[in-house]
Write a protein that binds this ligand. Structure first.
Ligand code: ZN
Length: 633
């Protein structure tokens, strides 16, 4: 049975509007149409039958209880629940990675990935991985031509299926006292309250395919939500009123012009409605203080301003261009997430450090490592191209061109390894395994320093080079899953800029422990999140971190993390010093000969601000202590 199903969990309860449910039904249908096995989770009591039929949703795609959902076929879960309780999220996370759409609850940052479509970026909530209004499902373009502007202002009032705050009635009443306005109130099938409306208000219960008809109106009055953006997409002016404080916050953050119909009614009562056909709407100024009256008529230049503002908004959200597809986006996901810290095994922390469109970083509270969850596997293969074209793009020369420099660097590292090993044993025949040996510069240096080296690397061409050109034992494969070049325990195991590439680092470190001699050395180098770049802006540092770096370390966390595997840190060294990356002054330190460059270099070295570092640790053979068992569990 393949694990390829996508489970969609909508908000379905009454008084939450039907928008979430409709969006999820559409998403399920679109995913099905693209060949993905999508399921909709809805408990038996959810009222949906009419919707299923009208939206061409096959009721057999519905799952009604969590046990069935937990059958092992679900690859990931998409939740569109508005505000998900923590316990509920925890249950789904046990089944599969969880992606939240427009999540506004306290558990927001615990979601593996977040897609904001309607939650604007400036609401003060933790950032989403992807934020784009253009992921809404819009009708195909071109939309029907707008009717020519006339003297009569055609207004549509709609506040959803329920409109429990009665905003539709209030707005209709307020506008009905004005000449020159043609009012349609879309009452909503579930709306309660008065049934009598002013005679000049046309009341209807449904407009099928509403999004396709919004362009037939000059102005849409609604609350923050899908319809507001659909109106912008249709080039129709939008004014928003807010049934809740949360709606008001979202509307303001998204840049819409809002008004408060309750205040308006008070104002109308006080001043009366002017006979010249003007509407008084009072703009809600919750945060700015004071109230501002907006006066609108079909001839008023305020409408021109509103029109200009709405066009600007449409452009800001990319609604004037070809829009993306939520089903295409989600259908391309294949998430890889950690439920436990990949180094120490602690439960994965709740809060994220940073989110980007393809990944989420979290930091373990116990060992301090930053680790990455991905919504798709990284598109990198460690083959010839990686060492030639990619390497050249990054460093200006190929890996083989750089061989002598890397080898010289290796000699320096071997001196440190030797100095630590020497305390235990002198002489030759020290064995060394270099994991991720590439074309073997370090192996070559190790042989010259009296080691019996061996290498393992996933790149076939590199391994062939080591075997044939250097005549050093090497195997092609991924540590720790492939057989090693020799079975004896090693005096030293090294990983130069390799440790960050393991998706399951715990398995790798556990295996290192098994193949290293008591008193042997584990040495590695890796990027540091506490170097000058990470300290200046962790977001910028992680945004530039390659897609295949699954763990990010810092020198200060090594002691605790490596102790879990029985290693004692003997030396850490800050390397990768980049004076030009210093905030502010770095820009002025372009030349390596300049005094400023030299000064910043000295500061970087003194305070250990290198963007990479090396660590040398010694394995303490302690079979009676619990460290070995703890990480093996
Ligand atoms: Zn940890």
């Amino acid at each position: 049975m393949t694990k390829s199903g996508i489970l969609i969990v909508p908000e379905y309860r009454p008084h939450h509007g039907g928008g979430h449910l409709c969006r999820c039904i559409t998403l399920a249908c679109d995913l099905r149409a693209s060949g993905r096995a999508a399921w909709l989770f809805l408990p038996p009591d959810a009222r949906t039958e009419n919707l299923f039929q009208s939206m061409n949703f096959n009721p057999q795609w519905r799952i009604t209880n969590e046990e069935i959902a937990n059958s092992g076929q679900i690859e990931f879960v998409i939740m569109d629940r508005f505000q998900t309780p923590r316990e509920e999220l925890s249950r789904w996370k046990k089944i599969a990675p969880v992606i939240g759409i427009d999540e506004g609850g306290k558990s927001r940052d615990s979601f593996d990935f977040l897609i904001d479509i309607l939650v604007p970026e400036k609401t003060g909530v933790p950032k989403a991985n992807i934020s784009s209004v253009s992921l809404l499902k819009f009708p195909p373009k071109p939309l029907p031509q707008k009717r020519p502007a006339g003297d009569v202002l055609k207004v549509l009032i709609t506040f959803g299926q329920e409109d429990s705050a009665g905003l539709g009635q209030k707005t209709a009443r307020a506008l009905s006292a004005t000449d020159g306005i043609d009012i349609t109130l879309l009452r909503g099938a579930l709306a309660k309250g008065e049934s009598e409306y002013p005679p000049n208000v046309r009341v209807i219960e449904a407009i099928p395919m509403l999004a396709e008809h919004l362009g037939e109106y000059d102005l849409v009055v609604t609350h923050y939500g899908i319809t507001a953006f659909e109106a912008l997409y249709a080039r129709t002016m939008v004014l928003l009123a807010s049934p809740t404080a949360y709606h008001a916050k979202l509307a303001k953050a998204a840049g819409f012009i809002t008004f408060n119909p309750r205040i308006h009614l008070t104002e109308t009562r006080r001043h009366g409605v002017k006979a010249n056909g003007k509407i008084h709407l009072t703009e809600a100024r919750r945060h700015g203080g004071g109230k501002k009256n907006l006066q609108i008529t079909a001839r008023d230049n305020y409408l021109d301003k509103l029109k200009g503002h709405c066009e600007e908004l449409a452009a800001r959200y990319g609604l004037d261009k070809e829009c993306a597809s939520l089903a295409n986006l989600c259908g391309g996901f294949s998430p890889q997430v950690h439920r436990h810290c990949p180094v120490c095994g602690e439960d994965a922390p709740v809060n994220s450090v940073c989110r980007f469109s393809d990944r989420t970083y979290r930091r373990c509270k116990i060992c301090g490592v930053i680790f990455m969850d991905r919504n798709c596997p990284p598109p990198i293969e460690y083959e010839k191209e990686y060492f030639f074209e990619s390497y050249k793009r990054q460093y200006g020369k190929t890996y083989l061109d750089d061989f002598p420099n890397i080898k010289a660097e290796g000699k320096r590292r071997l001196k440190i390894i030797n100095s630590i090993l020497r305390a235990k044993k002198s002489g030759k025949d020290r064995s060394l395994l270099d994991i991720g040996c590439a074309y073997g510069p370090f192996l070559d240096a190790a042989r010259e320093e009296g080691f019996s080296p061996a290498g393992i690397d996933p790149a076939q061409d590199a391994v062939r080079y080591v075997q044939e050109e250097l005549a050093i034992p090497a195997v092609q494969g991924f540590f720790p899953n492939s057989p090693l070049p020799s079975s004896r325990p090693y005096d030293a195991v090294t990983l130069w800029f390799v440790i960050e590439h393991f998706t399951d680092l715990k398995a790798a470190l556990t295996e290192v422990k098994k193949i290293i001699k008591p008193g042997g050395i584990l040495a590695f180098s890796t990027p540091s999140f506490s170097g000058v770049s990470g300290r200046f802006s962790i977001r910028r540092f992680l945004s530039a971190s390659p897609a295949d770096h699954f763990t990010i370390w810092s020198p200060s966390m090594c002691k605790k993390a490596l102790a879990l595997y029985g290693f004692k840190v003997k030396k850490t060294a800050s390397i990768g010093h980049h004076p030009e990356r210093f905030p502010l002054l770095g820009k002025l330190a372009k030349s390596k000969k300049s005094p400023l460059y030299k000064l910043l270099l000295a500061i970087s070295k003194i305070f250990g601000l290198g963007d990479t570092f090396e660590v040398y640790s010694k394995f303490h053979h302690t079979p009676n202590k619990c460290t070995r068992e703890r990480v093996d569990e």
